[in-house]
Design a protein around this ligand. Sequence first.
Ligand code: MLT
Length: 428
Amino acid sequence: MSDNAKLIYDGQEYEFPVVTGSENESAIDIAKLRGSTGLITLDPGFKNTGSTSSAITFLDGEEGILRYRGYRIEDLAEKSSFLEVAYLLIYGELPNQSEYENFTKEITHHTLVHEDIKKILEGFPSNSHPMGVLSSLICALTAFYPDSLVPNRSEEEINLSIVRLIAKMPTFAAWAYKNEVGHPVNYPDNQLDYCSNFLKMMFALPAEKYDADPVVASALDKLLILHADHEQNCSTSTVRVVGSSQASIYASISAGINALWGPLHGGANQSVIEMLEAIKADGGDAKKYLDKAKDKNDPFRLMGFGHRVYKNFDPRAKIIKKAADEVLGKLGVNDPVLDIAKELEYAALNDQYFIDRKLYPNVDFYSGIIYRALGIPTEMFTVMFALGRLPGWIAQWKEMRENGEPIGRPRQVYVGANEREYVSMNKR
Ligand code: MLT
C-alpha cells in the first residue's frame, strides 16, 4: 500500500502522508492541507477525524474489541481491580505489588476534602442534579489547590493532583447525592476499599449501622473498570481540548463531567431506566415499544441500543449483561422494570429490523439495569459513569500534555451574511 494519499483539486495534484497505527488503522495526515491547498476538511461531529495519536485505548467497533494499554477488557474486568486499571491507564503499565500498594495508600490518604467544600455544597438547592454538583465541586478544587493553575508544573505536582482527583471524587459524588436527598454527609472511612468507602458515604445514615455488601462493592468495582476509558469519545475529547489551553487539570475534568452529562453520552444510562419506567407505566408491553421504535413517524426513541462506533456487540455490554445476571441472582432482586428490560432485549435481538441495523443493546442499557439492582438511584447513574471514567480522562489529559499537543482549534466553513453596512436602530 502507498505511504501517500493523492488529492486532485483545481487541476493540481497534492500528496499527503498516510500514517498507520500499531493495529494497522490508517489515517491521512492533513496537517499541511490548508497551507498547501487553501482547503480545510468539513466533518461535523468529527466522525472521520483523528484528533490525536494515542497509546491508551484501542477499540475496533466492527470486531467488538476493546483494550486498555493492550490488555483485553474481558481480562481486566475479570482479574483486575479498578485502582489497578486506573494505574495502568494513567502510567501505561500494570503496577507491581509495591507500586500498587503505594498508589492505593496515597489515594486512601487523600479522601478527605476541605471543610469549606461543605459550604459550597450547602449553597446548592436540594433538588440539584448530582452531575452539576459534582462538576462544580471538582472545578472548585482549583480554588483549594491554586498551584494547579500554573501550566508548567513538575511531574510530582501533577501526580499529586491526579491522586487528589481519584481520592476525592467518591467523596464529592456521595456528597452530591446527600445534598439531593437532604441527609448529612458522611466522611470517608479509610479502613475500607475504594468502592465500599463510596457506598458507605452514599448510603450510611447517622441513625443506622451500615456495612457495604461485598457483592455490591465488587460489582461496582467491575462496572468502574468497564467505564474507565473509551478513546476519543465526547467527554474525553472535551477534557483534551480544555486541557490543551493549559487550563488546570481540575477545570479540564470538570468540563469532561459536563460533557458526559448529556443524554446522548453518559446520561443515556439514566434515560434507559426512565424509558423502562415509562413502558411499565403504560402496561409493560415491550413489543409495542419495539414497534414504535421502528415507526419513522413515531418520536419514540429506544434508548440504550446501538452505538456510534460499535457495529457489533459492545464488549462492555456483554460483560455487564453477565455481571447483571449474577448480581441479580445473588441479591435476589425482583423488579418488574428489569423484567421489561429483559423482554425488550430478547425481542430486539430476535427482530430482523434490529439485526439488520446492528442495533445491539449497549453498555448504557445494562449499566442502568445493574445500577438499579445495586440500589443506586437513577439520577446517580451518570455520576457512577463519571467515577469510572475519571482515570481515562486523567490518562488522556496527561498524554495530551506529555505529547505537547497544540491548543485545540477547529476551523469552520462560514455560511453567514457577507459584509454589509451597519443600520442604525431607527432605520431597522
Ligand atoms: C463511552 O464509553 O464514552 C461511550 O460509549 C460513548 C462513546 O464512546 O462515544
